[in-house]
Design a protein around this ligand. Structure first.
Ligand code: COI
Length: 356
């Protein structure tokens, strides 16, 4: 593991006064973590430094070909004022899997975690305490070579920035209407769907915008080959309660191996629920709405935690789920997961790392 250097800031910023109006990912803290990679030298000089803008060549590879990856996690404030992280090792392990897909050199996960802990040590006071707020953590790696040819870079920057944030969707836990997208696709098998990389999200924006114009909050993606099977919802994992079982698409290479996804499946099994990770056809969902088997539907991810789906629209056909209200399983998953994350409930799986 490498030692983390620290450069103090000359002046600290004012912290947000009204924690009920933070929004998501708009405000940034006093410090950031930085770590550089150069071919022949490897990852070097991990450090916590004042938050600053980057200077880079307009030819930097990341700006042209998107050789970049990111992660998302949160620091939570407990009722006793202490701070804690939720499964950060799982995020850094996934970050390295994304790195492998994008031909970005792997990094030492222990050093990354030590860098994050040091950053939280100096900036943790930015973690808000209003209900359902947290300090959003965004690790990123970018390719820096000034070279306009398609190849893996030889120079990278790993950085982590922090943002005190409220709900990802302003609607919070209110059920949303979702448009089943059958023209555009987000990812295909063999592509990059399982990686947290910019291109997947860039590919998703157009369909999201069209859905919004039609009055829906997000899209439900279908598989890229047959357009028959459920993929993700917006940038989240899709989950259904079907006939009392928790059902979600299997990890087939197009879907992100969500840490929230894994946590919810684990909690469901703890609660004695039957869990199925399998292909789920969109026909099964629409039929389930008619024959009463579709009890609930929700999206799940780090940023939004749980987002109930009240309505699905496919072409001219619309179905309402659980009368457009949040269902009991969805509510229980939200309460249990956030209960563990904020330290209100016991942590039977050792998911929490206390920072203070
Ligand atoms: C999530 O946390 O659900 C994400 O996919 C990150 C999002 C802000 C793009």
């Amino acid at each position: 593991m490498q030692d983390i250097q620290f450069v103090p800031a000359a002046k600290l910023k004012d912290k947000p006064k009204d924690e009920t109006k933070l929004g998501f990912g708009q405000i940034f803290t006093d410090y950031m973590f930085e770590w550089d990679y150069d071919e022949g030298q490897g990852w070097h000089d991990p450090r916590v430094v004042p938050f600053h803008n980057f200077e880079m060549s307009p030819a930097a590879l990341v700006l042209h070909y998107g050789q970049t990856i990111f992660e998302g996690m949160k620091c939570y404030r407990r009722a006793d004022g202490g701070l804690q992280l939720f499964r950060p090792q799982a995020n850094f392990a996934r970050f390295n899997r994304s790195a492998d897909r994008l031909c970005i050199p792997k990094f030492d996960e222990e050093t990354a975690l030590a860098g994050l802990m040091k950053l939280i040590e100096v900036d943790g006071e930015w973690t808000p305490s209003a209900p359902d707020t947290s300090l959003y953590i965004r690790p990123t790696i970018i390719a820096l070579d000034p070279f306009v040819g398609v190849r893996a870079a030889k120079q990278y920057k790993f950085y982590i920035i922090l943002s005190p944030s409220g709900a990802y969707y302003p609607t919070g836990l209110a059920p949303v209407g979702i448009y089943v997208e059958d023209e555009y696709v987000r990812a295909v098998r063999g592509g990059m769907g399982f990686a947290q990389t910019a291109g997947n999200y860039a590919a998703s924006i157009k369909a999201g915008e069209i859905a919004k114009k039609k009055g829906f909050q997000q899209v439900l993606w279908l598989d890229g080959v047959e357009r028959k099977y459920v993929d993700e919802v917006g940038s989240m994992t899709m989950m259904f309660v079907l006939d009392g079982k928790l059902v979600t698409p299997e990890l087939n290479g197009t879907i992100l191996a969500g840490i929230t996804r894994d946590s919810i499946l684990t909690l469901a099994r703890d609660m004695g629920m039957e869990v199925e990770e399998r292909r789920v056809s969109i026909d099964e969902i629409f039929e389930g709405a008619k024959n009463g088997k579709l009890n609930e539907a929700f999206g799940t991810g780090t940023a939004a935690v749980v987002s109930p789906v009240g309505e699905l629209c496919r072409g001219e056909e619309r179905i309402t789920i659980n009368h457009g209200e949040i269902g009991p399983v969805t509510q229980k998953m939200y309460d249990t997961l956030t209960g563990i994350q904020f330290g209100r409930l016991a942590d039977p799986h050792d998911w929490i790392i206390k920072v203070k």
